[in-house]
Design a protein around this ligand. Structure first.
Ligand code: PEP
Ligand code: MN
Length: 372
């Protein structure tokens, strides 16, 4: 069960202490308070962990200071909505991330040179974007492939981002020590930008790494669904992050591996955008670059990457993570799927048109107030 306290209640309030006293009659239950600073309100929740069927929901809800009590219906108790909870968002670097917000994280798969990073940042700025994706640590299938520039590129990369007004870089981490390295370099350079830590699909069930990004509160986390995992397994894995105390999580769909994925690298799973928004309280991102795997165009002259990005956005995605490169033919990682920098303006216009259509469609459907 999750007990939601009224907005004015804190862990110092008499009502909260009275509730704890009441709960002492269930000594087998673990009582875990969780404070969440959302975008619109602060929420104090009390989680009852263990067999709680003997706890009366009605009685709990009649106690002073209690807003409501909810029976937990899934194992991912912190990130789950359980059919009744509101979604929550978070603020980072002056930007809001929630199930209503929308952001574009465009940039290099792998940072390969100062010049290429600068070209990207410059283009993002010219197109009104203030977030980027930039991989410094790369998980590669072969140990002989380019592994990323690692921590050596961080000082100039962060400085460059700051120079072009880029507020956030999404950057994959492969090991807990990478979090420390990012933190140290941000301190050293005076925080010219922020970082969202990305957990890649290959690490989707690396529980020690998930716990490490969950233990720290400074950086939000973009968690990518495991490409060989069921949605349920990935949601439980994302819960590891929250269970350690960090609920600033964005859940990213990036396609799944199946022999039915034939024409693409992976099968696009963006129909799960509304599902993840319904099942969890997290903002949902889509990554169209990795499942498609190439710049191939459909007969309508629109790249398939555009088509599937639109599918994710029209389904209500809150962010897109997409690869661009100034010279894709020379890229050291994922060149075939990188969009050309000169198409950034049309891509941004295309995506915002789709986003605006989604918002109009949402209004249209809500106007009819179909209640069942
Ligand atoms: C990436 O974003 O560059 C990446 C390696 O993605 P994924 O983990 O989804 O394969
Ligand atoms: Mn990539």
């Amino acid at each position: 069960m999750i007990i939601i306290m009224e907005p004015h209640i804190t862990q110092e309030s008499e009502e909260y202490k009275k509730l704890l006293e009441y709960l002492e009659r269930f000594p087998h239950l673990q009582v875990k308070p969780m404070e969440h600073i959302g975008v619109t309100r602060r929420v104090l929740e009390i989680h009852l962990i263990g067999e709680d069927y003997m706890v009366s929901q009605e009685e709990i809800e009649s106690l002073p200071g209690v807003e409501k009590a909810i029976r937990v219906t899934a194992k991912y108790r912190l990130i789950g909505r359980h059919g009744a909870l509101e979604s929550f968002g978070f603020e980072y670097q002056g930007l809001t991330f929630s199930q209503d917000s929308f952001h574009i994280f465009a940039g290099l798969c792998a940072v390969d040179s100062y010049e290429n990073a600068e070209e990207i940042f410059k283009a993002l700025k010219e197109n009104g974007l203030c977030c980027a994706r930039m991989g410094a640590y790369k998980p590669r299938t072969s140990p002989y492939d380019f592994q990323g520039l690692g921590k050596d590129c961080l000082p100039w990369l962060f400085d460059l981002a700051g120079k072009y007004g880029i507020k956030i870089l999404v950057m994959e981490v492969l090991a807990p020590q990478h979090i420390e390295e990012i933190k140290q370099v941000l301190e050293l350079t005076g925080y010219p930008c922020g970082v969202i830590l990305q957990i890649g699909t290959r690490n989707a069930q690396n529980f020690e790494l998930l716990k490490a990004v969950g233990k720290q509160q400074e950086f939000p986390v973009l968690y990518k669904r495991g490409y060989g995992l069921s949605l349920e397994e990935s949601l439980n894995a994302a819960e590891y992050i929250a269970s350690e105390g960090n609920t600033k999580i964005i859940f990213c769909l990036r396609g799944v591996r199946t022999h039915l994925g034939d024409p693409h690298r992976n099968l696009v799973d963006f129909s799960h955008v509304p599902v993840v928004k319904r099942l969890t309280r997290l903002p949902v991102c889509v990554d169209p670059s990795h499942p498609i795997g190439s710049r191939v165009k459909a007969p309508d002259n629109i790249r398939e990457i555009y088509h599937v990005t639109a599918q994710g956005v029209i389904a209500g995605a809150n962010a897109i993570l997409i690869e661009f490169h100034p010279k894709p033919e020379k890229a050291l990682c994922d060149g075939p799927q990188a969009l050309l920098l000169e198409e950034l303006p049309v891509f941004v216009e295309y995506i915002y048109k789709v986003r605006n259509t989604y918002l109009e469609l949402k209004e249209l459907v809500n106007k009819y107030q179909i209640r069942r």
